[in-house]
Ligand binder design. Sequence first.
Ligand SMILES: [Zn+2]
Length: 455
Amino acid sequence: MDRRYWDEELETAPWPEVEAWQAGHVVHFLDGLRSRSAFHKDRVDSAARPAGTPRSLELLADLPFTTKDELRRSQDEQVAGEPFGRHQAVPLSEIVQVVSSSGTTGDPLYYALTAADLELWRQVIAAVFYTAGIRAGDVVAHLVGLPGVAGGLPYADGFRTLGATLAWLGGFPTERILRSFPRLQVSAVLSTASFGTYLTDHCEEVIGEPAASLGVAKFLGGGEPGFGQREIRDKVRAGWGLDHVREVMGLADVLSAVWGECDDESGMHFCAQRGVAVELIDPTTGQQLSWREGASGEVVYTTFAREATPMLRYRSSDHVVVTGVECRCGRTSPKIRCIGRTDDMLIYKGMNVFPTAIRDVALSAVGDAVQPYVRIWKERADQVRFDDAIPVDIEASAELAAERYPALASRIEAELRSRLQVRAVVSVVAPGTLPQNAYKTPLVHVRSNAEGNAK
Ligand SMILES: [Zn+2]
């Protein structure tokens, strides 16, 4: 019989008990880190030791954060035998796999897995996909084309671990991918949100048949915010003629899938209880925040079971909003939506604004009149501040007459002003104008560079 949870004990235990159990592991992790890595030793030694026997993740509160820049510098030292950086905590002879960050926000960083790390990743990623409704009977089209990134081989392992049939079609031409769906009786698709939206729009043009005729029943998106947006989700749902659209999220630096959306479809549950402690912090003060519905902040991870490249309070740059702390599905972990990344954040007259928020407001303001393709212009790659109106292009839907574009643009500008307090100059452009990318489509483009060269 189909079981309800992948890891029932940890997925359904009261959250404070899960944190208490994790806290015990974190204490051992901290003791071990001292001897395993010079990078971590200095940092742990310089912090005050938590007193008594900590029973919650408050014990992490006084320890230093780790940032991507620090990892980059650590990796740039290129010490012999430590290609992954000074934070590499095992000899090369114990490492069995390299995982790369996607490099969408700078040069890629490389992470390592031991055999034990690999087994933990398989179990957690399987739990994420199980939570997102993938089952042993599914034939899953895995559309990430790069095996070496977080969403590549690790996701393939996750699907096989839970017993689904892996159909790794990522990397083939779009036409071959789409024609393989009916041939292989593909029931579920995993892709980035950008590519999922792209396939939805272009299926009929590429193979002469609508996506809804291909028999796909489940659609999973990850790798970037997108499927959290109702309009994008509705588009995928309508295009493929299915009900099941879910989001998953993770990161190479920590574990490539740690959040998965259950059948309540109201946010992604944390699914990595077995190996990762998760904190929500105020990104400005660094203070821990409690997991309560409506709270928002940056997610910080401690990989207390990771051997090869362990992370202590890693600042993910992912800003999330908590959509729930209890759920009809019976899982007890917090549920979130990702609202953007620090790297993408723009500052308009001193206020932070995420490009995804601009897209979300535009889409929800005018619904079907536009497509979810949005481009925000910067003058220079390093521009973060905007003191003048932010230039935004958005694609019209095919049904909209061109003479209605200017009125629609004014309406979107008014919504952005009233809902985000942001002034924008919106241009509604003809369908097919904006670049679409097969992997991840950046929302922000630099005007002085060639088109499509983001950030
Ligand atoms: Zn749930």
